[in-house]
Design a protein. Structure first.
Length: 361
């Protein structure tokens, strides 16, 4: 009996059905279904926040899945099947209008998240995320608890670090802003405290720093750098008052270090993944010239070959007298013998809070 079109169509349908079952359903039925090494069950408050996360449509802009090809996220951990064993429904997402949140827990303090949900522009002036200031107090606590648990045991470890340092920073802040400024400076490693800003405070550098400050810093630290930006009322301790540094020890390296790494336990986030090195030095120049204005150390330690991009426009001068260095005049050539390399310096110890032990950086 010959093949008819009907029998051919039936055969194709059977093959397609079997192939789809083998590719789509068989792996799910045969793969092991066990928790990963970081996952844990949600607490009741976190589960309440997860429901609110779904109702608010957050999955439309945020994923919760780090792929091996995500070079900017995979430094923390690539997601695994067992990470989602307690999730119903799954919230993997497919759109990253905002950042991936699978390891968001503990990256920021609770009060940073509070300001973020009240108005995302408070902490990210260029953000397009809508405001959620209509949340009740209970809803706000729930959504923050959920976001802070993302990453599970890894997030728990980061949150423990946030809570530990939050208590110490609060204790220092309650002694007064001047005491707090001194305490924060003591937490900066010695090599950074003694490092001047290597780039002169030229008009171009200060203008670039102003742009970065307005994009990243102004809503917390305020337009005059006194720590009274619109977000300050949600933050405890309050943002740094840069004008206090007129009577305190500081350096361009100190500002760079705190912008790069943030201040764990406070609402000051790290910017090492958002800003290139040149932009951090520029914003340090902007803060120094506009809010401190005394003993500006910019451009006073360039002992090597200057970068080809650096230098003022011909006929202009740095904004700060004395900033910048003269190029060394070449001397007669002579034979240079290699020197024995010195031993690597040990990490500097920075004083801890009164009564506490020192911390290694």
């Amino acid at each position: 009996m010959g093949m008819t079109p009907r029998s051919v169509a039936l055969g194709i349908a059977l093959i397609a059905t079997f192939a789809a079952w083998a590719v789509l359903f068989l792996p799910g039925l045969s793969a092991p279904n066990s928790p990963s090494n970081i996952v844990r069950p949600y607490t009741p408050l976190e589960r309440e926040g997860r429901v609110l996360y779904i109702k608010s449509g957050c999955i439309g802009c945020h994923t919760q899945y780090v792929r091996p090809t995500d070079w900017d996220y995979s430094d923390l951990r690539v997601s695994q099947r067992g990470d989602y064993i307690y999730d119903r429904p799954h919230l993997l997402g497919s759109e990253r209008t905002g950042p991936d949140l699978s390891q968001e827990g503990g990256q920021h303090s609770d009060d940073w998240n509070l300001a973020h949900f009240e108005d995302p522009r408070f902490v990210r002036p260029a953000s397009i995320m809508p405001r959620f200031s209509f949340f009740t107090r209970q809803q706000m606590q729930a959504i923050i608890a959920y976001v802070q648990c993302l990453g599970f045991k890894m997030a728990d470890e980061r949150m423990a670090r946030q809570i530990h340092w939050h208590r110490r920073l609060l204790a220092a802040y309650r002694h007064g802003e001047d005491y707090n400024a001194t305490y924060l400076a003591k937490l900066v490693p010695r090599q950074w405290m003694t490092m001047p800003n290597p780039y002169a405070a030229t008009q171009g550098s200060v203008q670039r720093g102003k742009f970065v400050y307005q994009q990243m810093c102004i809503f917390c630290h305020g337009p005059v750098g006194d720590g009274n930006g619109p977000a300050a009322r949600y933050l405890n301790p309050k943002p740094m008052n840069f004008t206090l540094l007129k009577r305190h020890r500081w350096s361009g390296g100190m500002i760079y270090y705190q912008v790069m790494n943030g201040i764990t336990g406070s609402a000051m986030p790290y910017f090492k993944e958002d800003l290139e090195s040149a932009k951090i030095w520029d914003v340090a120049n902007y803060v120094a010239v506009n809010f401190i204005g005394r003993n500006v150390d910019s451009g006073n330690d360039l002992n090597g070959i200057p970068a080809s991009r650096e230098g003022a426009i011909p006929g202009t001068k740095p904004l700060v007298p004395g900033a910048g260095t003269k190029a060394p005049v070449p001397g007669p050539a002579r034979k240079v013998y290699p020197q024995r390399p010195s031993s690597s310096p040990q990490p500097a110890s920075t004083p801890a809070a009164p009564g506490g032990r020192s911390q290694r950086h």
